[in-house]
Ligand binder design. Structure first.
Ligand SMILES: O=C(O)CCC(=O)C(=O)O
Length: 381
């Protein structure tokens, strides 16, 4: 899906190139990457958990194989093909009913090519305080492109099957406890020469001032990579910043003298790698002026105790107190995902999700139909 580079960082190009290279060197020196490994007792290897908690992210290498990636790519091509012809259109470019056009839940996010739609605004609780540098897009670029799709599991069975991956769910349990609960799921699409930036931010709205706040209070996101990700198109993280509480991003940018934060490192992945990133870590991504696509399957999980009885942040859907029934209803997607995966990969041992013991989830046409707008129930803290 690659095409020639037609744009660059303009006045910032030379500085940006040096920054990408330095960041790459720093990233590889952190010691937070490798395959998912388990101890003899079947526990996620403690070295992995130590490195995750030290850095705030970890790259699991080679989680998704060729066959699985091919299924994801076919679904993503279909999603891209069926997007509305332009923002607000009911039909896609071929005149068919467009994907995501008739949703109640927030679904499609559009941005001007290479722009920063959130930085310096009050959107999403004002958590992106500083605007990123916005390179100039090619004159033939569309006015707006979709860079983020929420509720993504309703649009792709292949993404749903990744969500049910037994090793990833074992990691979720090791980090958040066996009774872990869902957060939300998304596709981040960084088209070459067009993909928008995501300004530096820390996720999480509800627990920063809690007396029992700690480095894991706002959960994590898995970031599965279809085509891999590079310093130029990937997410950058300030290692260790998930432990610092709410930090002053404005001051960090002022100190760096630009949006190139001095200590940040890129998450670098090959196709099929899956990163885990602490939502409290300072992170963001630059406008994609490179020639490479990035398609990230994002899916997050929380500790149950971070969510149960908590008034949600109201960013991903209406604010509400999350009771046990709400959590149970939202977690049905885990049951469907495990079953969808079992049907496609029958030789794999499925993950057993403790909170659903004794319940039966069957991924079929009825279940799929019931997924429309499922993200109205996202557990947004
Ligand atoms: O994928 C990106 O560029 C941004 C991801 C992000 O900010 C997040 O997952 O919270």
């Amino acid at each position: 899906m690659n095409k020639p580079i037609t744009v660059d960082y303009g006045s910032e190009e030379a500085a940006m190139r040096a920054y990408l290279q330095e960041g790459e060197n720093r990233a590889y020196s952190l010691g937070n990457r490798g395959p998912i490994r388990f101890t003899e007792n079947g526990a996620v290897h403690p070295d992995i958990l130590d490195a995750y908690w030290r850095c705030g992210f970890y790259v699991f290498e080679g989680v998704l194989g060729q066959e699985e990636l091919a299924g994801i790519e076919a679904d993503i091509q279909n999603v891209l093909d069926r997007l509305p012809a332009k923002k607000g259109a009911a039909l896609d470019a071929k005149g068919r009913p467009a994907l995501g056009a008739d949703m109640t839940a927030p679904s499609l996010f559009w941005a001007r090519p290479l722009s920063d739609p959130f930085g310096g605004t009050s959107l999403a609780g004002g958590r992106h305080p500083v605007k990123m540098f916005e390179p100039t897009a090619a004159s033939d670029a569309p006015k707006e492109v979709v860079y983020l799709i929420l509720g993504s599991l309703q649009f792709s069975d292949a993404a749903l099957r990744v969500y049910g991956h037994p090793q990833l769910l074992a990691v979720a349990a090791a980090v958040n406890g066996k009774d872990f609960v869902p957060f939300n799921e998304a596709l981040f699409i960084k088209e070459p020469g067009r993909g928008a930036s995501v300004a530096w931010h820390q996720d999480g709205l509800t627990h920063w001032d809690s007396p029992d706040w700690d480095q894991g209070s706002h959960g994590f996101n898995f970031m599965g990579q279809l085509y891999g990700c590079t310093p130029a198109n990937g997410v950058w993280v300030v290692p260790g910043s998930h432990k610092s509480g709410k930090v002053d991003i404005r001051a960090m940018v002022a100190q760096a003298g630009s949006d190139r934060l001095s200590d940040a490192v890129p998450i670098i992945c090959k196709p099929g790698d899956v990163a885990i990133t602490n939502r409290q870590a300072v992170h963001g991504s630059f406008a994609n002026t490179s020639k490479d696509w990035r398609v990230t399957l994002n899916f997050g999980f929380h500790r149950r105790r971070s969510v149960l009885g908590i008034m949600g942040g109201g960013v991903h859907n209406a604010a509400a107190v999350y009771d046990a029934d709400r959590i149970h209803d939202r977690a049905r997607v885990i049951g469907y995902a495990i079953d969808a995966r079992r049907q496609r990969f029958p030789d794999e041992t499925p993950y057993v999700y403790g909170p659903q013991e004794g319940e039966k989830y069957r991924w079929d046409a009825d279940a799929k139909a019931g997924m429309k707008d499922y993200n109205l129930l996202d557990l947004s803290i």
